[in-house]
Design a protein around this ligand. Structure first.
Ligand code: TXA
Ligand code: MG
Length: 338
């Protein structure tokens, strides 16, 4: 299934969230156009989820292979039931975490076009919490398919300007919702079998939180792909995912005394600000060491460092677990070779 090439737009316009603009963007979505939208995780590139042609435009704009399925964003449980088979465990997770940064994999209903789920019998669904997203979706009155609004393989966008930097020549409309609050993509859990929930992508909703809500163990699912679902059982497992152009090298902990900070062609990104160490090649993800702040600043910092002339970006992994797992997952992907 190969989407038709569409003519590149001039330059994407960034819209402020006025009532008029929201109505206008909702109309664009209803008639099959693309709109980049803020969510609490990262910006998404949205299209009418039940319109196969509209969804095909997403793949063209991102340069994304059609083997990589999209997440369908819904406004509520009723809308979810129209597109997916639900179960009690899904209901429990929705009650606990929706609206919010949790995506569930469920059996797909036939109204969902093949292109949305890359022909898989399942569909990824999520109900975002972002107030502007929800207003726009209510006005549009349709489920919205939306991957992160970046060119395929690059770092996800956390501001409207990031979206324009990456897709400005490919799309016409970006809704500005300011910097996103969480900064890493949603947690993805496969809940098709309520007895065997599996975590496919770590995010702000931690595995511990999922296990507590469900009252059972949640396994690491990404490594157990079966041939039938190999298309993209493990989300974002493609090696180019989330990668800056500059090579990224990871460190469990950067030794403050011994590392070669004097070579200013290489950047050093600490997790927390290193006391007593400064230089124009020394950076920190968070002044205080708080993981929520680090997650929010992660992609913007990688983009900013990528835009400088460094030959290498050294990055210190986040300590601990929970949100740190999500940060480190994205860092490992950023560091993976092409
Ligand atoms: O926070 C988020 O999830 C953001 C915002 C915009 O909602 N969206 C996002 O979408 O990160 P995307 O397309 O960049 O990542 C979605 C991941 C992909 O790696 C895809 O392979 C996986 O979800 N996915 C989608 N449908 C799936 C399915 N049926 N089974 C397994 N994985 C699926
Ligand atoms: Mg993505």
């Amino acid at each position: 299934m190969r989407p038709k090439k569409s003519k590149p737009h001039a330059r994407a316009r960034i819209y402020r969230a006025t009532p008029n603009n929201l109505r206008r963007l909702a109309a664009v979505l209803r008639r099959g156009g693309l709109v980049a939208v803020p969510t609490e995780t990262v910006y998404g590139l949205a299209a009418h989820a039940l319109d196969a042609d509209a969804c095909a435009r997403i793949f063209v704009a991102k340069g994304r292979p059609t083997s990589d399925p999209l997440i369908v964003h819904v406004g509520g449980w009723r809308e979810l039931k129209a597109i997916a088979e639900t179960n009690a465990a899904a209901r429990t997770l929705a009650r606990a975490f929706w609206p919010g940064p949790l995506t569930m994999i469920l059996p797909r209903k036939s109204v969902v076009p093949d292109i949305v789920s890359a022909g898989l019998p399942s569909v990824a669904v999520r109900m975002p919490r972002h107030a502007l997203f929800r207003r726009l979706q209510r006005l549009a009155g349709i489920p919205l398919a939306a991957p992160s609004a970046n060119p395929f393989g690059y770092v996800s966008p956390t501001t409207a300007q990031h979206v324009r930097d990456g897709l400005g020549d490919m799309i016409g409309h970006i809704l500005d919702g300011g910097p996103t609050a969480i900064g890493v993509e949603s947690t993805i859990v496969d809940i098709r079998d309520p007895q065997r929930p599996r975590l496919l992508r770590p995010g702000a909703i931690t595995r511990a939180a999922l296990e507590k809500a469900l009252g059972r163990r949640v396994s690491e699912g990404a490594r157990h792909a079966t041939p039938a679902t190999q298309a993209q059982l493990a989300p974002g497992m493609l090696s180019r995912h989330y990668s800056p152009r500059t090579p990224v090298e990871l460190h469990a902990a950067i030794d403050r005394r011994r590392a070669a900070f004097t070579d200013t062609t290489e950047a050093w990104l600490f997790f927390a600000r290193p006391t007593g160490l400064a230089g124009k090649n020394i950076f920190a993800l968070t002044p205080t060491g708080r993981a929520t702040v680090a997650a929010r600043r992660l992609f913007g910092t990688l983009r900013a460092l990528d835009a400088q002339q460094f030959t290498r970006i050294h990055v210190e992994l986040a300590p601990g677990s929970g949100l740190a797992d999500a940060i480190n997952d994205r860092l490992r992907r950023a560091a993976s070779k092409r």
